[in-house]
Design a protein around this ligand. Structure first.
Ligand code: BES
Ligand code: MN
Ligand code: ZN
Length: 502
């Protein structure tokens, strides 16, 4: 799929369909330009376009440079922001798909927000809403047409460089999000820990970042007791991937480390999950790993000047003959001992090892992403991920910056506290701590468990509620969502800007 910005008039470009986003009241420059190209049919479309944000109307022009023109209502002009544009663009996707429109034009409107932001948002909305995972569909009639080319048409009164930049960024970021979605949606039989590591390696080759893959021997040498314990019930070996993006012009002297939970399938282990509405979604338990990979793709495509490390511990969690058992005490990478009280609390076991390993980088910041707890789903539903942070002096600013990135991208996060009182729930009679904290505050006690292995500025993002959807949202079809990719990419961009000023 290509996205190109063009100064050519819509009347001179032949496409399958034009998308025309309009906020109310319509800017006079837009009205004039569209009346010039479309004449009376524009006035007519304006009259019949519904009042609600996301309403669309299709016209079939008489002298067709495009077979159809889809107008979409972007809401009140003074309420327009990136997310409202993303959603408005997404609401044209169904019409475009039904029309088999693969070559699509987008007419840039005049908006009160930065042209770069607006363009990026419109492109993201269109591309992300078109996404479908079709790798296993054998009936091609069942496979909806894909968007092949998107032409963003701007006028001389637009900022050309800003539109071009926005279009390119939208394409890169949406593509990276879709890579993460693809990986989440892949069938578990083709998604063992080794497959996952290979996919990350391929991604590194394609996007220009380096990937080192550790096998079981290396993981044993490193003493990653948590990862190895979870892996014992599996017939497949674990992997540990180390990603690195180290641009010459990096603004940070200490790296930012991203850690992603790579549980390629979570049966719960011997503490077996029920199937319905629980185990049946657990191919998505590597959503954190997918988010890390996607973020590396976006960061590399945008050539962001941040030194980044990625750590992805991976295994499935199964009740095989040698599976770890409740009551077992595991010695972790850090040397701490953990009494396993539920083998289904496996994510924190392997994340703890990766977080403890991350200390060697003396990182400026570590962010982990994990489909970690059902409790995060209970707390926030499917509209935001939960975020927690270690209590270092700049914690509040860091949280706020991430929340702001969430609002801008629509890849939202909401904070939960990490009061030390919660440590009570993780006390073990015989080991340093236990891996389950009981029913109250399950998302938080998981965070407290991880915090035990951290001695640097850190944020933990529980994406259990957002990485995978059973019912679609605007620009998020059912299945893997790529949650975290756009959030972190936006956060890291601002992070790089702030560092280069400081
Ligand atoms: N992968 C699950 C969490 C999850 C639940 C992800 C729902 C996505 C949707 C995790 O490994 C898990 O099983 N967590 C347990 C922890 C409990 C045993 C302390 C949970 O949340 O029930
Ligand atoms: Mn589990
Ligand atoms: Zn899990």
């Amino acid at each position: 799929m290509t996205v190109t910005a063009t100064s050519a008039s819509p009347a001179s470009l032949s496409v399958d369909a034009w998308v025309v986003p309009l906020a109310r009241p319509v800017a006079s420059a837009d009205e004039e330009a569209l009346t010039n190209t479309l004449g009376a049919s524009f006035a007519q479309a304006l009259r019949v376009l519904g009042d609600e944000h996301g309403d669309t109307v299709v016209i079939y022009p008489e002298a067709p440079e495009a077979e159809r023109i889809i107008f979409v209502n972007c809401g009140a002009i003074d309420e327009v922001d990136a997310e409202s544009l993303r959603r408005a663009a997404a609401s044209t996707a169904e019409t475009l798909r039904d029309a088999h429109a693969t070559d699509v034009g987008l007419v840039m409107p005049t908006l009160p927000i930065e042209a770069r932001t607006a363009t990026q948002a419109l492109v993201e909305g269109l591309v992300l809403a078109h996404y479908r995972y079709t790798a296993y569909k054998t009936d091609r009639d069942d496979v909806a047409p894909v968007l092949n080319a998107l032409h963003v048409a701007y006028r001389p009164d637009h900022d050309e460089a800003a539109v071009e930049d926005g279009a390119a960024r939208g394409q890169h970021v949406a593509a990276a999000t879709c890579s993460a979605r693809d990986l989440v949606n892949r069938s578990p039989h083709e998604k063992t820990a080794r497959h996952l590591a290979a996919a990350i390696k391929d991604s590194g080759h394609a996007h220009g970042y380096t990937v080192e893959t550790w096998n079981r021997d290396r993981i044993e040498d490193e003493g990653m007791g948590g990862l190895l314990a979870v892996n014992r019930g599996s017939v497949e070996p674990p992997t540990f991937s180390v990603l690195e993006w180290a641009p010459d012009q990096a603004v940070n002297d200490r790296p930012v480390v991203l850690v992603g939970k790579g549980v390629v399938f979570d049966t719960g282990g011997l503490s077996l999950k029920p199937t319905k509405d629980s185990m049946d979604f657990m191919k998505a338990d590597m959503g954190g790993a997918a988010a890390v990979m996607g973020t590396f793709e976006a960061v590399a495509s945008l050539n962001l000047p941040v030194h980044l490390i990625g750590l992805v511990p991976a295994t499935d969690n199964r009740p095989g003959q040698h599976a770890y058992v409740p009551g077992e005490v595991v010695t972790m990478h850090s040397g701490a001992t953990v009494e396993v009280m539920n083998t289904d609390a496996e994510g924190r076991m392997l994340l703890a090892d990766a977080l403890s390993y991350a200390r060697r980088y003396t990182p400026a910041l570590v962010v982990d992403l994990a489909t970690l707890t059902g409790a995060a789903v209970t707390a926030l539903g499917h509209y935001a991920s939960a975020v927690m942070t270690s209590n270092t002096p700049d914690a509040a600013e860091r949280l706020y910056a991430l929340q702001r990135a969430g609002e801008r991208t629509g890849d939202r996060v909401h904070p939960l506290p990490l009061y030390d009182d919660y440590n009570e729930q993780l006390k073990s009679d015989i080991a340093d701590l236990t891996n389950v904290g009981g029913r109250p505050a399950g998302a938080i006690t998981a965070g407290k468990f991880l915090e035990h292995f951290v001695d640097y500025p850190w944020m933990h993002i529980d994406i259990a509620s957002t990485a995978f959807l059973s019912s679609a949202q605007p620009y998020r079809p059912k299945g893997g969502t790529g949650a975290g990719v756009r959030l972190l990419t936006d956060y890291l961009e601002r992070y790089a800007d702030a560092q280069s000023i400081a």
